[in-house]
Design a protein around this ligand. Structure first.
Ligand SMILES: Cc1cc2nc3c(=O)[nH]c(=O)nc-3n(C[C@H](O)[C@H](O)[C@H](O)COP(=O)(O)OP(=O)(O)OC[C@H]3O[C@@H](n4cnc5c(N)ncnc54)[C@H](O)[C@@H]3O)c2cc1C
Length: 386
């Protein structure tokens, strides 16, 4: 692997940095788990799109810049460096978009990708059901073919940003006699269709972070079937590969967190337990290792490789690192870690507590780490299932 950037890549970085410095909002936007924040983030996405920065590795005709994945990593580094807003349409641009690019028809690409790049249409992921979380093959929601439509019945839950999203991509059982991984299809559903009811789920902080979605004889055009009918599981695994293995959590996110952690330690070193210094250094090394590993994955993809079961290793690595970095930060801060940023004594406390609470969800979303360990045991190590 050649770890030196080419002059073209350096020029790309410079261009991205200049644009982000000129355009990134000076004040943080309201949380995208509120209506106001959601719309503010969509406006930001529109600005990114107008600048050609919404999804740099996509072809220009779909709202991209025709860059490659290495340039995407560079863009991500600049994005986090600029402390630009979180990506409200991450389920669309990082998960569904690459899947449409891989298995979608020309019509589906033209129909969905540009509006995804501009966040005119924001996407929710509808995989989980009340009895199908880790055991996703237990999906019960059905989509029965009726001419050129599917008639959908059932319930999805935990759809992030589902309360405000416009579309949902989900797995549905199109063969009612099928079991487990067979007979499932990947269908794109407009959330304003008759028969679809979206009910927000509030977090403890009263923000509507999720939604549960009910389907009662909802009719969805068969044109919205992604991939072949009955082959939804393999399409979904391709989406999950992008999610766990590359796009959902780029290394820049952790490089940014660890740089803040090092600063926090330096500012507070005098009052810290000496053991914390080693943990900070360890976090830094792990963030660096994750960066190099991601560059390796991208190099492999650029040479025609695919993301496979090793995406599970990746997912465990970033989610555990995120928890550790935030735990170390809270220990450095001591009792001050529990203060709300608005409290008088909260100088220099930052957003570590909020970040910690979100980091705790990392080992759960995108497939729990226990399930990823099962995948590693069976598919990478070849251990028996029982
Ligand atoms: C922040 C967040 C965002 C999310 N966003 C979405 C979303 O946008 N769309 C969506 O569809 N879902 C979403 N989810 C749901 C998520 O995918 C599920 O919570 C997750 O898959 C676990 O399913 P479950 O909650 O039903 O737990 P369960 O499956 O009931 O698992 C409970 C516990 O048992 C363990 N367990 C279960 N089976 C096994 C096994 N075979 N071996 C070992 N351990 C096992 C699990 O690891 C877990 O610790 C989100 C979750 C969170 C926390």
């Amino acid at each position: 692997m050649d770890l030196v950037y080419t002059p073209e890549q350096e020029a790309f970085r410079k261009e991205a940095r200049a644009w982000l410095e000129a355009n990134t909002p000076k004040e943080p936007l309201a949380s995208f788990d509120t209506r106001q924040g959601f719309e503010a983030h969509r406006e930001w996405e529109q600005r990114l799109n107008e600048g050609g920065w919404a999804m740099v590795p996509w072809p220009v005709e779909y709202g991209g810049r025709g860059a490659n994945l290495l340039e995407w990593l560079i863009f991500e580094e600049e994005y986090y460096r600029a402390r630009a807003p979180g990506r409200v349409n991450q389920n669309g641009i990082f998960l569904l978009g690459p899947t449409i690019m891989e298995v979608g028809t020309a019509e589906q690409k033209a129909r969905f990708l540009p509006k995804m790049a501009s966040s005119q249409e924001v996407w929710a992921q509808g995989w989980s059901e009340p009895n199908a979380g880790s055991d996703m093959a237990n999906i019960q929601a059905t989509a029965i073919r009726d001419g050129d439509h599917f008639v959908i019945n059932g319930q999805k839950t935990w759809a992030s940003r589902g309360a405000y999203a416009h579309w949902l991509f989900g797995l549905f059982r199109t063969d009612p006699d099928s079991e487990r991984h067979k007979g499932l299809s990947f269908i794109l559903c407009p959330l304003d269709a008759p028969g679809i009811t979206v009910r927000p789920i509030e977090k403890l902080n009263h923000k509507a972070a999720f939604a549960e979605v009910f389907f009662d004889d909802a009719r969805v055009s068969a044109e919205n079937l992604l991939g072949d009918e009955g082959e939804g599981w393999s399409v979904a695994m391709s989406t999950a590969g992008f999610e766990r293995g590359l796009m959902l959590r780029s290394p820049a996110r952790f490089q940014d967190t660890v740089a803040r952690l090092v600063r926090l330690y330096r500012e507070n070193a005098a009052g810290c337990d000496p053991g914390l210094k080693r943990r900070v250094a360890d976090c830094w090394m792990r963030a660096e290792a994750y960066t190099l590993e991601t560059y390796r994955t991208v190099s492999r993809l650029l040479e025609g490789g695919k993301i496979g079961a090793e995406a599970s290793l990746n997912k465990i690595f970033w989610s555990e690192l995120d928890v550790e970095m935030h735990e170390v930060a809270l220990e450095i801060l001591g009792w001050r870690a529990e203060l709300l940023p608005s409290a008088a004594e909260a100088v220099g406390v930052g957003e570590w507590l909020d970040g910690y609470i979100f980091a705790l969800a990392g080992p759960i979303y995108a497939g729990t780490n226990e399930i990823q360990r099962n995948v590693i045991a069976e598919r990478l190590l070849g251990l028996p299932r029982k």
